[in-house]
Structure formats: structure tokens, C-alpha cells
Design a protein around this ligand. Structure first.
Ligand code: HEC
Ligand code: HEC
Ligand code: HEC
Ligand code: HEC
Ligand code: HEC
Ligand code: HEC
Length: 420
């Protein structure tokens, strides 16, 4: 009787494992679409209806045949060149920006659109104004990720529970037989029962361990996919430099320290020598006393008593907060001087920061959104003549009428402007 029920527990466990496996593959499929979308499409498309580089993908599956979509995604220009009227219309509508061929197969494309439709169905329920939630898709997927974790935790808990139950049964069974035989085992009874149970259920143990490994691998993979988006990233710095003290309370101009921002590509981090313009005399702060300022002295081998410098210098290794990938070209003076954009628009209220932090997501969508929205004020701008010369004929009329022009109309969303 006991042997029989033990066997049925084992069967149950295998059944559960099988169910878990089937469930998690299904689950990965639904999720695959999202992952694929975020790997390949999100730099140019929102899942909702707003236009990024290309149109929002909402409603695409209703508008077009799936067979057409498959061809388009894999090679849109082939369709255009073959004279496909639908393809030409889309291509021309979006200013003849070429959508690059996507390295995805038919199943993957279907998964992507399953996700897109799913996303819009959910967005319609969750937020009546789907358009405002568009922006969230590109930058944050933590909400979705959290959901998954709940599933895994839930199933993990059930598994553990089942194991505990069956071990307990087994222990109960051994105890019963121990009592029957009149022997009293030592304190290790529970543990040795577990080991014993494991030894007689090797297959299950192996499957269980494999399952755990897969879950961990998956968690690692998910984290890896999000590497690179660091909004709010605020690493620890070698000296507790505070923008609040300098740019805030003491109203030191940003350009005093980041002089590159106005006239070159990089804003630059000031050298320790520049700090000494003030800290030769200010050797004590309100928050950290002499401790933090002494680190500037140490870097320059400066003796605050004799006010002399030695040779034993060590550069201060500031940790870079902002880091665009190498394939992206970004120029500060183009934005600060020509575009006349305030530092705060991209870096937030820096004069309130006690530590350097990343304010904007620095994604392609972020750059492009602003280029679509921002009008260049050309009045009284030294760059005015240059811009005028760059204008194509058809825009000249529009431009001369309004005196302003959008960055995208100047070519601000052409791939080569931002990519080497
Ligand atoms: C580098 C930018 C870029 C990437 C990446 C990109 N697309 Fe596009 N996509 C475009 C542009 C631009 C258009 C507009 C048509 C044109 O100008 O050729 C477009 C159009 C489309 C259309 C037609 C939409 C409509 O409403 O007519 C579909 C469908 C589409 N893309 C799907 C995808 C999918 C799926 C992916 C990811 C696997 C993807 N695209 C990746 C730029 C991109
Ligand atoms: C007294 C000099 C000083 C002034 C004034 C100053 N900064 Fe800084 N800034 C620094 C130093 C030093 C760092 C590096 C340490 C850090 O990241 O906190 C830095 C870092 C930064 C960073 C992060 C750089 C990175 O690593 O990506 C930004 C953005 C920034 N400053 C913007 C500003 C803005 C905007 C202002 C004006 C409101 C300003 N700073 C004023 C000295 C200064
Ligand atoms: C234009 C003048 C000026 C420059 C340049 C300057 N500081 Fe300061 N710094 C100040 C003033 C003013 C204080 C506030 C002293 C106080 O708390 O009374 C200060 C305070 C500090 C403190 C102490 C904060 C505390 O509350 O304990 C540190 C650390 C510091 N600065 C680091 C730097 C570093 C690093 C640089 C160079 C990147 C730098 N400062 C450049 C003017 C300057
Ligand atoms: C249009 C958006 C934008 C504006 C406006 C802007 N920045 Fe930046 N800033 C960036 C980006 C993007 C990076 C990252 C650049 C990189 O990693 O190559 C950056 C990086 C920096 C850094 C890190 C060092 C460097 O040069 O890479 C500092 C310091 C900085 N900015 C200061 C400023 C100051 C000061 C102003 C205003 C005078 C300013 N920025 C205006 C977008 C902007
Ligand atoms: C806050 C708005 C804003 C953001 C964010 C922004 N830009 Fe710009 N960008 C502008 C404006 C305004 C101009 C127009 C300056 C001009 O007239 O050339 C411009 C121009 C440019 C140009 C020159 C375009 C041309 O036609 O010559 C490049 C390249 C560029 N930006 C790259 C970037 C990159 C890369 C990012 C993201 C890391 C970015 N921008 C983020 C506003 C922005
Ligand atoms: C206004 C600037 C800008 C323009 C225009 C632009 N990109 Fe990008 N692109 C970026 C930035 C910034 C990144 C880095 C995003 C990140 O690391 O999250 C990027 C990343 C990418 C990537 C890497 C994908 C990824 O998610 O890391 C590809 C591929 C790409 N861009 C293709 C294109 C193509 C094709 C075009 C023309 C249709 C284009 N870009 C136009 C700024 C731009």
C-alpha cells in the first residue's frame, strides 16, 4: 500500500514537471515576441500608434496580409523595387527612409506581431490613451519582467512544496517502519531520509537541478538584455563632489567646469588643477570637513600648509556616468550652441544633484523624439545662413514663411548623422 502511494507521488511529480516544461515553453513563445521586438524593432518602432523612425506597429496585422508583412520585414526594399503598390505607398509616406532588412524568420515575425497585438489589447484596457503609454514601451519593461518573476516564484514554490511533502511522507514511512522494528534512529533521520530519497529518485533530482539552472540562466539573460539602459545610474565617485554645493549653492556656471560643452564635441570633466582655483584656499567643506577636499590635494601631491606641489601625482578616476555606444556620434556644441538647448533638458536639474546621475535614457528613440519635436530657432543664430543653405527647395518656402524649422526636416533623423 505504502509502496503504491509512493509510486503515485512520483508519477504526479513527473506529470507536474512535464506540465511546467510545456507551460514554460508556451510562455517563452509569448515572451519571445516581446524580446524580439525589443531587440530588433524598438529602435525604430513603438508598439502603439506613435511614429518614431517608422510608424507605430499598432493595427498592422489588420491592415496587411501576414504574407506581405513577412516579406516586408525581411526585405522591404525588394517589395518596393518589385513595384508592390502597398510597399511603395508606405515607403513614400515615411519620407523614403529605408527600413533595413531584419534578421528574423517567419515564426519570429509572427511572434513579434502577436506581442504587438497583445500589447495594444492590454494598453486599451489599462490606459484609454494608448498614445501616452507608447513612450513607456521603449524604455521600461520592468513591469512585464515582474509578472514573469511572479510566475516563476509561484511554480518554484509549488515544486518545493511537493518535494517537502513527498520527503515528509517518506520520512513518515521510514519512521513507521522504524517504530515497527523497534529501532530508534539518530537525529540525522530527516537528512538521511532526504539523501535516501534523492538516491532512489535520481531522475527527478537531475530534472529538478536542470530546471533550477534553466531558471537562473533565464534570469541572467533577461538582465543582459537590459544592459545599456541606465536611467538614474549614479555610480560612486572617488571624491564626494556635489553639484548641489557647486552649481547650486555657490552658483558656479556649468561652463566654468565643463567648458567643452559650448565649443566642442565633449563637455569634458574638469581636471584637478581647475578645482585648485578655489580649493587652494577652501580646504574644508560643511559636510565632509577636510576629508574629501584632501583627496584633491593627494591627487596633485599638494601640501596645504606650505602650499607647494610635489611630483607624486595620481589622476582622479571619475567614473563616467553617461556612455553612448561607440557607433553613435553626439556633439555637445551642436546642441548647446547651435540648437540652443539648455543642459537641463538632457541632464535634468544637475544643480540639485549631490552625485552625478544619468537623467535621460540615451536611447535612439529619445534622440529621435526630440529631433521630431524641436524647432530650430534661427533668428539671431550665427548658424542661420548655414541652415538656409542646407535647405532643400521644397522646404525653403515653408521655412521662410515661419522662420523656424524642425530638426528632422534638416536631416536630423538620417541614420548617417548619428552613426559612424
Ligand atoms: C532602423 C529603423 C527600423 C527598424 C530597426 C525596423 N523598422 Fe520597420 N520601418 C522603418 C521605417 C522607416 C518604416 C516606414 C517605411 C519606410 O520608410 O520604408 C518601417 C515600416 C514598417 C512596417 C510597415 C508599417 C505600416 O504601418 O505601414 C512594418 C510592418 C515594420 N516596419 C515592421 C518592422 C519590424 C517587425 C521590425 C523589427 C523586426 C522593424 N520594422 C524594424 C524602420 C525600421
Ligand atoms: C565645480 C565644477 C563643476 C561645475 C560648476 C559643474 N560640474 Fe558637472 N561635473 C563636475 C565633476 C567633477 C564631475 C564628475 C563627477 C560626477 O560625475 O559627479 C561632473 C559631472 C557631470 C555630469 C556627468 C558626467 C558623466 O560622467 O557622464 C554632468 C551631466 C554634469 N556634470 C553636468 C553639469 C551641469 C549641467 C552643470 C551646471 C548646472 C555642471 N555640471 C556644473 C564638475 C562640475
Ligand atoms: C569656483 C570655485 C570652486 C571650484 C572650481 C571647485 N570648488 Fe569645490 N567647493 C567650492 C566651495 C565654495 C565649496 C563650499 C565650501 C563650504 O562648504 O563652505 C566647495 C566644497 C567642496 C567640497 C566639500 C563639500 C563638503 O560639503 O564637505 C568638495 C569635496 C569639493 N568642493 C570638491 C571639488 C572638486 C573635486 C572640484 C574640481 C572638480 C571643485 N570642488 C572645484 C568652490 C569650488
Ligand atoms: C541634447 C542633449 C544634451 C544637452 C543639451 C547637453 N548634453 Fe551633456 N551629454 C549628452 C549626452 C548624450 C552625453 C553622453 C555623450 C557620450 O557618451 O558620448 C552627455 C555627456 C555629458 C558629460 C560627460 C562628459 C562628456 O562630454 O561625455 C558632461 C560633463 C555633460 N554632458 C555636460 C553638459 C553640460 C554642462 C551641458 C550644458 C552646457 C550639456 N551637457 C548639455 C546630452 C546633452
Ligand atoms: C532636447 C532635444 C534633443 C535631443 C534629446 C537630442 N538632440 Fe540632436 N539636435 C537637437 C537640435 C535642436 C538640433 C539642431 C541643431 C542644428 O541646427 O544643427 C540637433 C542636431 C543634431 C545633429 C545634427 C543634425 C544635422 O542635421 O546636422 C546630430 C548628429 C544630433 N543632433 C545627434 C543627436 C544624438 C545622437 C542624440 C541622442 C544621443 C540627440 N541628438 C539628442 C535636439 C536634440
Ligand atoms: C538622432 C540620432 C540617431 C539617428 C538619426 C539614428 N540613430 Fe540609431 N542609434 C542612436 C543611438 C543614440 C543609439 C544607441 C541606443 C542605445 O544604446 O540604446 C542607436 C542605436 C542604433 C542601433 C543599435 C540597436 C540597439 O538597440 O542598440 C541600430 C541598429 C541603429 N541605431 C540603426 C539606425 C538606423 C538604421 C538609422 C536610420 C533609420 C538610425 N539608427 C538613426 C541614435 C540615432
Amino acid at each position: 500500500m505504502n509502496a503504491f502511494s509512493h509510486k503515485s507521488i512520483k508519477l504526479n511529480l513527473y506529470g507536474l514537471l512535464l506540465a511546467l516544461f510545456v507551460f514554460s515553453t508556451n510562455f517563452t513563445n509569448a515572451q519571445d515576441g516581446e524580446k524580439l521586438f525589443k531587440s530588433y524593432c524598438v529602435s525604430c518602432h513603438y508598439a502603439g500608434e506613435n511614429v518614431l523612425v517608422g510608424p507605430g506597429l499598432k493595427g498592422v496585422t489588420e491592415k496587411y496580409e501576414m504574407s506581405w508583412i513577412l516579406e516586408w520585414v525581411k526585405n522591404s526594399q525588394a517589395l518596393v523595387k518589385a513595384g508592390d503598390a502597398q510597399a511603395i505607398a508606405v515607403y513614400e509616406k515615411y519620407n523614403k527612409v529605408i527600413m533595413p532588412n531584419q534578421p528574423v524568420n517567419d515564426d519570429e515575425i509572427k511572434a513579434i506581431f502577436a506581442y504587438v497585438d497583445d500589447y495594444n489589447a492590454n494598453a486599451a484596457v489599462a490606459a484609454p490613451s494608448a498614445s501616452s503609454s507608447d513612450a513607456v514601451v521603449a524604455t521600461s519593461d520592468s513591469a512585464v519582467e515582474d509578472d514573469n518573476t511572479t510566475y516563476y516564484v509561484f511554480f518554484g514554490a509549488i515544486l518545493v512544496l511537493l518535494i517537502v511533502i513527498s520527503v515528509l511522507r517518506k520520512v513518515n514511512y521510514s519512521l513507521n517502519s522504524v517504530i515497527k522494528n523497534g529501532e530508534i534512529e539518530d537525529e540525522k533521520g530527516m537528512w538521511s531520509a532526504l539523501v535516501h530519497w534523492g538516491a532512489s529518485n535520481r531522475k527527478f533530482v537531475v530534472l529538478f537541478v536542470l530546471g533550477i539552472i534553466v531558471l537562473f540562466a533565464k534570469a541572467g539573460w533577461d538582465t543582459a538584455l537590459n544592459v545599456g539602459v541606465y536611467t538614474g545610474y549614479e555610480p560612486e565617485q572617488p571624491i564626494k563632489f556635489s553639484h548641489q554645493v557647486h552649481a547650486g549653492a555657490n552658483k558656479i556656471d556649468c561652463n566654468y567646469c565643463h567648458s567643452g560643452a559650448r565649443n566642442s564635441k565633449s563637455a569634458g570633466i574638469p581636471s584637478a588643477n581647475l578645482c585648485m582655483n578655489c580649493h587652494t584656499y577652501i580646504n574644508e567643506g560643511q559636510q565632509y570637513g577636510k576629508e574629501e577636499i584632501a583627496k584633491i590635494y593627494k591627487a596633485l601631491d599638494f601640501d596645504p600648509v606650505t602650499k607647494t606641489y610635489g611630483d607624486n601625482t595620481t589622476p582622479i578616476k571619475w567614473v563616467k556616468v553617461h556612455n553612448l555606444p561607440d557607433h553613435v556620434y553626439f556633439n555637445h556644441s551642436q546642441h548647446v550652441t547651435v540648437g540652443q538647448i539648455d543642459c537641463a533638458k538632457c541632464h535634468g536639474p544637475v544643480e540639485e544633484y549631490t552625485v552625478g546621475k544619468q537623467f535621460a535614457p540615451l536611447t535612439m528613440g529619445w534622440c529621435i523624439d526630440c529631433h521630431r519635436e524641436t524647432k530650430v530657432q534661427t533668428e539671431g543664430n550665427g548658424y542661420y545662413d548655414e541652415i538656409h543653405k542646407r535647405l532643400p527647395e521644397d522646404l525653403k518656402a515653408k521655412y521662410l514663411e515661419n522662420g523656424v524649422i524642425n530638426v528632422d526636416e534638416l536631416g536630423g533623423i538620417e541614420c548617417a548623422k548619428c552613426h559612424y
